[in-house]
Ligand binder design. Structure first.
Ligand SMILES: [Zn+2]
Length: 232
């Protein structure tokens, strides 16, 4: 069974970058470290008299709707954004989330993003929390889980974010669900066309890499850890 956990800096990150992979999972959970209420909700701030609390509520509702279109649960840790700060107590919270869900696959941001102050912070926290939850894959003085595979989802400008695709997921069969999830994120409507185009382009790359002519839409991921297989 594939149990997938996506941890994003902001509440909408999972939709654009891993919505298809989430929809394909047997079971999936999405955790947002923040709502992206300050840095990624520009449309909402155009409303007169807007407040942080209201923006957070709207973003929570949007992310829940998107997650449910993909068949996933949504949880928000509400750490705040721009800047996202994760001290020792919050790190332990993230460790507990990973340990409690015990995913087979964990997905987060790349370690570099010159356009976003929070995405690399999320990477660092998730990477560290994963190691703490899994106890480096050996017996430890604390409860640990089987080490989840770690994948990075595709950032907005991959070349500048230290991102090289190593894995394409064929999302053709769930593309309608991804479109529905993207449509739920009304505060960032401008990204819907962009990521639909990206899925088509990655579909082209996936066809060329595999010869699987039926792939129309794909998502790209970067595998961080070696894959362990019984044979090549
Ligand atoms: Zn983000």
């Amino acid at each position: 069974m594939s149990r997938v956990l996506v941890i994003g800096a902001h509440s909408a990150d999972f939709v654009w970058r891993a919505g298809g992979a989430v929809a394909l999972a047997d079971e999936a959970r999405v955790i947002a470290l923040s709502y992206g209420e300050r840095g990624e909700s520009g449309e909402l701030w155009k409303a007169e008299g807007q407040t942080i609390e209201n923006v957070k509520q709207v973003r929570h509702a949007e992310a829940e709707k998107a997650a449910s279109a993909l068949g996933a649960e949504f949880r928000a840790l509400d750490f705040g954004d721009y800047p996202l700060e994760v001290g020792p107590e919050r790190l332990v919270q993230v460790v507990d989330e990973i340990r409690e869900y015990a995913p087979a696959v964990l997905i987060t941001h790349t370690d570099t993003d010159p356009f976003n102050p929070d995405h690399p912070v999320a990477y660092a926290v998730v990477q560290r929390a994963r190691s703490l939850a899994a106890g480096a894959g050996v017996a430890s003085a604390f409860p640990s889980i089987t080490p989840p595979q770690l994948f990075l989802f595709e950032p907005h400008q991959p070349e500048l974010c230290n991102f090289t695709p190593t894995t394409f997921v064929d999302i053709t069969s769930v593309f309608d669900a991804k479109v529905e999830a993207m449509a739920a994120m009304e505060a960032q409507k401008y990204l819907q066309t962009y990521y639909a185009q990206r899925a088509e382009q990655r579909g082209n790359h996936a066809r060329r890499a595999s010869g699987r002519s039926e792939v129309r839409y794909a998502e790209a991921f970067q595998r961080v850890l070696p894959q362990v297989v019984d044979r090549l």
